[in-house]
Design a protein around this ligand. Sequence first.
Ligand SMILES: CC(C)(COP(=O)(O)OP(=O)(O)OC[C@H]1O[C@@H](n2cnc3c(N)ncnc32)[C@H](O)[C@@H]1OP(=O)(O)O)[C@@H](O)C(=O)NCCC(=O)NCCS
Length: 206
Amino acid sequence: MRLAILGASGHGKVIADAAEQLGWQDVIFFDDAWPSVKENGPWSVNGPTERLIERVSEFDGVVVGIGNNRTREEKQCELARAGANLVSIVHPAATVSSRASFGPGTVVFANAVINPCAYVGGGVIVNTGAVVEHDCVVGNFAHISPNAVLAGGVKLGQQVWVGACASIKQLVSVGDASIVGMGAVVTKDVGSGVTVVGNPARIRRQ
Ligand SMILES: CC(C)(COP(=O)(O)OP(=O)(O)OC[C@H]1O[C@@H](n2cnc3c(N)ncnc32)[C@H](O)[C@@H]1OP(=O)(O)O)[C@@H](O)C(=O)NCCC(=O)NCCS
């Protein structure tokens, strides 16, 4: 079982480690910084995106390991057009309800929880220890950082970034491409394309 990860980042290392624990035997990185970057910790980097696209049929699975939501979306779409088998990586120590669902290219790290009737889109990062409660809807290419909590029925738009240890009150919505800062406590709906921080969260940047 061969897995290609596009993006030789720290985030990519966590995906690689989870993948190995799931039984992927051959994990290989690609990154546009090649040949300046030839390794990512213990894993080798074999070329840029174009090389991965040329060799895409050699891999049983492909996943994008890029933290930036917009770049991750661009790269995942490019790989999908090239016929890549986009896979999801769910760490064996994550808890995902059989009544929850998620799309292709989504990664779920150790101690994360996705509870029943939650729907998580494609290309999403549910980072270490993050909680996606029942009935949440998470848009494509969002990132829920370590230990962030989405209470029941929260809706995140596409490309939303929820910072580490932030909490979002039940039934609250966050619009597309907004950022919830680390540690924020979001008690009311947040529009699109804004950054909110603090407790209670307030708009920091439009
Ligand atoms: C909200 C955030 C995106 C702002 O980033 P930024 O635009 O680079 O902001 P800066 O670091 O320049 O800070 C700007 C101001 O906002 C404040 N600020 C930044 N983040 C804040 C936060 N989470 N809560 C409260 N205030 C915050 C800073 O103290 C600074 O205040 P000042 O102008 O009074 O000095 C960022 O701080 C953040 O929280 N990112 C999430 C990080 C994270 O969770 N990483 C996990 C990755 S797995």
